[in-house]
Design a protein around this ligand. Structure first.
Ligand SMILES: *Cc1c(COP(=O)(O)O)cnc(C)c1O
Length: 581
């Protein structure tokens, strides 16, 4: 959180600190701050934890932007304030420690010891604290880790504690065949490791909305502009989803009706392009998505897609070659975004070349929308004209798609979704999107996203130590791509995927850049950490998963090894159940 000019400061102290606290409150008021004085206001003995909690709670609730607390040493009251979720309380001694607490640790409460610091120095420390701002950058993931500790609490992350994961309101006796399928699928999800980078475990609240009465409703049109009656509740639900997602991303306009990511992309193309128009996207075999112009997809059949890709040297997006290609082909639309790219995507070079040639810039954030909301990937919304994403990948909501755009494109996008390419929206999915967006607005969601990234880094390190080469040498997002050729030149992605599946490790084979094998066979594997992170696994578990993977792939035909790993996988999963049974 960045606060440049905090208007309201909460102050509190115990009996040893109240006089200094009063002086600091006076000092703050003299400098134009609004002060909330939470006491104590006299020498009678009180307990510092009560006042530490009070100041922490005022800041956590947003009543005050920052807090200042005083006790005899500044230590106990800091311990108490820091226990409030979202509070980073630091004991400071002078201007330097106060400034650093804010710049590096994003402290939102500082604590002073009335017995240890002169009043002038205390005032100067408070000024230094308020005058500094959080530097961000390398400090962001570290500060997120502080929050993640609180979230884990007892050493395991807080789970999103479901009640009836198979289904929410449905009586299994209605259909024993499908009930058996759901039971078996729950069992599979609970006892095997899910490393498919596009998957996640939705919360019970999301699943409850998905299985709700809104599935019965027809609501063609948009809130308060429907073609059917009886939409009072559907309107409220869709408007909530729209307002919440706009706030999450800072977008001017949102359409929450696309049934999927592919539908969202198709609607954007329909809104902006005529058949045969030139478009640019990342090629499928370098990490792009089917809907970015693959010949087997409608996008590739209806539009003239020109593909950009990666550099040979470091296997990152070749931004210069992309811009040269754009100057040469002058596409109407340039699509950024990928489905198997383990690095951050910089929107700036895309924006620049789009401005240069007069193209529209669309960013497909299907995989990384959650990372963006969590602050661990640059937000493309300020740069792109249009951003599409799926709600079920790192966003951890229901299956579906969403389109964000500037006001300039709002009407065209809405018309292209309905009536252009869809009929009635899936109102139950729209309600579930609203639930998911509210979950994503909580501070825990940012901690969760930071853990996804740190888990991917830990998994990458551990795989490297077992002799796997990773495409681009590692990852800075939620996924990684293994190049199997250096581990075992004869091992294909297909054989590796099947052996790991048998051992209870679920992932998908994936082409690697310039893969000599066909897309059906491949020389690579893709792994992602969103699901295992939702389960509460951490770096130690990532090391285990890497070791399991190496053991299986060293002997992909050995049934004893596979059986042994499968048993160990089941043991690991039992310790991190995604759902309560
Ligand atoms: C997953 C994905 C999509 C498509 O999402 P669906 O909901 O499966 O249609 C589109 N673009 C990218 C980059 C993706 O990763």
């Amino acid at each position: 959180m960045k606060i440049d000019a905090p208007a309201t400061i909460a102050v509190a102290a115990d009996h040893a600190g109240w006089e200094l606290k009063d002086r600091l409150a006076e000092h703050l008021r003299a400098n134009g701050y609004e002060v909330i004085d939470l006491g104590t206001n006299g020498p009678e003995s009180v307990d510092y934890p009560d006042f530490g909690e009070a100041v922490g709670s005022a800041v956590a609730a947003g009543t005050a932007a920052l807090g200042v607390a005083v006790c005899g040493s500044g230590l106990g009251i800091a311990m108490a304030a820091g226990k409030v979720a979202g509070i980073r309380a630091a004991t400071v001694y002078d201007e330097t420690s106060a400034r650093l607490a804010r710049k590096h640790n994003d402290a939102n409460v500082i604590c002073l010891g009335a017995r240890l610091i002169e009043p002038e120095r205390a005032s100067a420390a408070v000024d230094a604290f308020l005058g500094a701002s959080f530097e961000g950058g390398r400090h962001v993931p570290r500060v997120h880790k502080i929050g993640a500790i609180a979230e884990r609490g007892d050493g395991t992350a807080r789970r999103i504690g479901p009640t009836h994961p198979r289904s929410t309101t449905w009586a299994p006796k209605n259909d024993p065949d499908i009930d058996a399928v759901l039971s078996a699928e729950l069992e599979r999800q609970m006892t095997t490791v899910q490393l498919i980078a596009s998957e996640n475990f939705a919360s019970p609240a999301v699943m409850a909305a998905t299985g709700s009465v809104l599935t019965n409703k027809y609501s063609e049109g948009y809130p308060r502009r429907r073609y059917y009656g009886g939409n009072v509740n559907a309107d409220t639900s869709e408007q909530l989803a729209i307002d919440r997602v706009k706030a999450l991303f800072g977008a001017e306009h949102a359409n929450v009706q696309p049934h999927s990511g592919s539908q969202a992309n198709a609607a954007v193309y329909l809104a902006l392009l005529d058949t045969g128009d030139t478009v640019m996207g990342m090629s499928l075999d370098q990490g792009g998505h089917l809907t970015h112009g693959s010949p087997v997809n409608a996008s590739g059949r209806l539009y003239n897609f020109v593909s950009y890709g990666l550099t040979h040297s470091d296997e990152r997006i070749d931004y210069e070659a992309m811009a040269d290609l754009a100057r040469e082909h002058r596409p109407k639309l340039i699509v950024a975004g990928a489905t198997a790219y383990p690095r951050r995507i910089d929107p700036v070079p895309f924006r620049e070349v789009c401005d240069e040639i007069g193209a529209v810039f669309m960013f497909d954030a299907a995989h990384i929308a959650g990372l963006i909301v969590g602050g661990v990937h640059i937000n493309p919304v300020p740069y792109a004209d249009i951003v599409t994403f799926t709600t079920h990948k790192t966003m951890r909501g229901p299956r579906g798609g969403t389109i964000l755009c500037t006001q300039e494109y709002a009407k065209r996008i809405d018309s292209a979704v309905f009536p252009g390419s869809q009929g009635g929206p899936l109102d139950h999915a729209v309600a579930a999107k609203a639930v998911g967006f509210a979950e994503a607005a909580r501070p825990e969601f940012a901690h969760y996203q930071a853990r996804i990234v740190s888990n991917a880094a830990a998994l990458a390190d551990a795989l490297g130590s077992h002799g796997f080469r990773l495409v681009s040498g590692g990852t800075d997002n939620h996924l990684l791509l293994i190049d199997l050729r250096t581990f075992d030149a004869d091992l294909t992605g297909k054989v590796a995927q099947e052996a790991l599946d048998a051992a209870g490790i679920t992932l998908n084979r994936n082409s690697i850049p310039d893969d000599p094998r066909s897309p059906f066979v491949t020389s690579g594997l893709r792994m992602g950490t969103p699901s295992v992170t939702t389960q509460g696994m951490g770096p130690a578990e990532m090391a285990k998963i890497a070791e399991f993977t190496a053991r299986v792939l060293r002997a992909p035909d050995d049934e004893d090894v596979i059986a042994q790993v499968r048993a160990e996988v089941a043991e690991l999963c039992a310790a991190f159940p995604p759902y309560d049974r």
